[in-house]
Design a protein around this ligand. Structure first.
Ligand code: HEC
Ligand code: HEC
Ligand code: HEC
Ligand code: HEC
Ligand code: HEC
Length: 161
């Protein structure tokens, strides 16, 4: 009986260790969107929310078809593009995220603070494929380090609801 229990415990411990060590699979996006090719367009054309409020927003097909009336040369099939053009939702997955108990506004940072996108997200214009993992993980320390540098508020209640 003891031996049997020990074997079970060892197996469970191995399974847990395996799961902890295993790298997370990269997140796949529905279309291999190429930021480098779109760099001349300007971030705000597609992420209009940055100047208006909290969320930057990720564009849907109605915006894409203003430039791509027909399927782009690479990355999307004609059939898939017909769906996009007819209003089928593109299921983009947002990787950069902060928890609900934290207050954050893009407008505050890009308009009032005059900060470049790259200061928080790294150089998106260099990416030829969607990032498979969070491009830059924004932790409380990342926020605080810059607030200290820039003389912005370090008050808990400023960032936490
Ligand atoms: C033509 C439209 C377009 C332009 C222009 C554009 N983006 Fe994007 N952006 C997207 C789409 C579509 C996604 C979702 C797919 C992806 O992650 O690549 C996205 C995703 C992102 C993300 C989120 C990544 C995550 O964490 O999930 C960031 C950050 C971003 N863009 C920053 C920028 C910056 C900075 C610029 C300007 C240098 C820019 N984008 C220009 C369309 C655009
Ligand atoms: C303001 C115009 C504009 C908008 C809006 C736009 N694109 Fe593009 N797109 C371009 C240009 C310019 C190219 C480069 C064409 C080339 O190099 O052949 C391009 C290229 C592409 C390519 C081919 C990329 C490659 O690696 O060659 C894909 C896929 C694409 N766009 C998808 C999208 C999607 C999805 C959206 C909406 C989220 C979008 N585009 C919005 C202008 C635009
Ligand atoms: C001070 C840091 C900071 C700056 C500067 C910044 N962002 Fe963000 N961005 C964030 C944070 C934090 C999130 C996650 C927000 C959330 O979870 O609601 C985010 C999320 C995003 C997303 C995901 C979609 C969404 O609706 O939020 C996109 C796209 C994005 N940012 C684009 C941009 C662009 C483009 C610029 C420059 C015009 C920019 N960001 C400037 C911190 C920043
Ligand atoms: C690269 C620098 C930088 C980073 C990183 C940064 N901030 Fe800021 N933040 C600023 C600056 C500068 C201001 C002041 C803007 C102004 O002039 O109103 C500010 C202002 C704010 C305010 C308004 C504070 C108040 O009460 O007046 C909040 C809330 C905030 N940031 C939250 C965050 C959060 C949450 C993060 C991390 C996810 C973050 N910031 C990351 C530079 C930064
Ligand atoms: C500039 C913005 C900012 C300020 C100021 C700030 N925080 Fe945070 N805090 C964050 C962000 C963003 C997160 C979520 C990301 C993370 O966990 O690192 C967070 C996470 C936390 C968490 C972890 C909650 C969890 O889900 O585990 C605690 C606890 C916390 N903050 C307490 C504080 C206290 C106490 C203060 C004041 C001394 C403070 N924070 C000031 C931005 C801020």
């Amino acid at each position: 009986m003891r031996r049997y229990l020990l074997a079970v415990v060892v197996m469970l411990a191995t399974a847990v260790a395996w799961i902890l060590v295993l790298p997370e699979a990269p997140v796949a996006q529905p279309i291999p969107f190429n930021h480098a090719k779109h760099a001349p367009v300007g971030c705000q054309v597609c992420h209009a929310g940055v100047a208006e409020g909290a969320r930057a927003g990720i564009p849907q097909g109605d915006l894409c078809i203003k430039c791509h009336a027909t399927a782009p040369l690479r990355g999307v099939s004609e059939a898939a593009w017909t769906e996009v053009a007819s209003g089928h939702r593109i299921a983009w997955r947002q990787l950069t995220q902060i928890p609900d108990h934290v207050r954050f506004s893009h407008r505050r940072h890009t308009v009032a603070g005059q900060l470049a996108c790259a200061s928080c997200h790294g150089d998106m214009t260099a990416r030829t494929l969607p990032p498979g993992r969070v491009p830059v993980r924004l932790t409380m320390n990342t926020c605080l380090a810059c607030h200290q540098r820039e003389g912005a508020s370090e008050d808990c209640a400023g960032c936490h609801r």
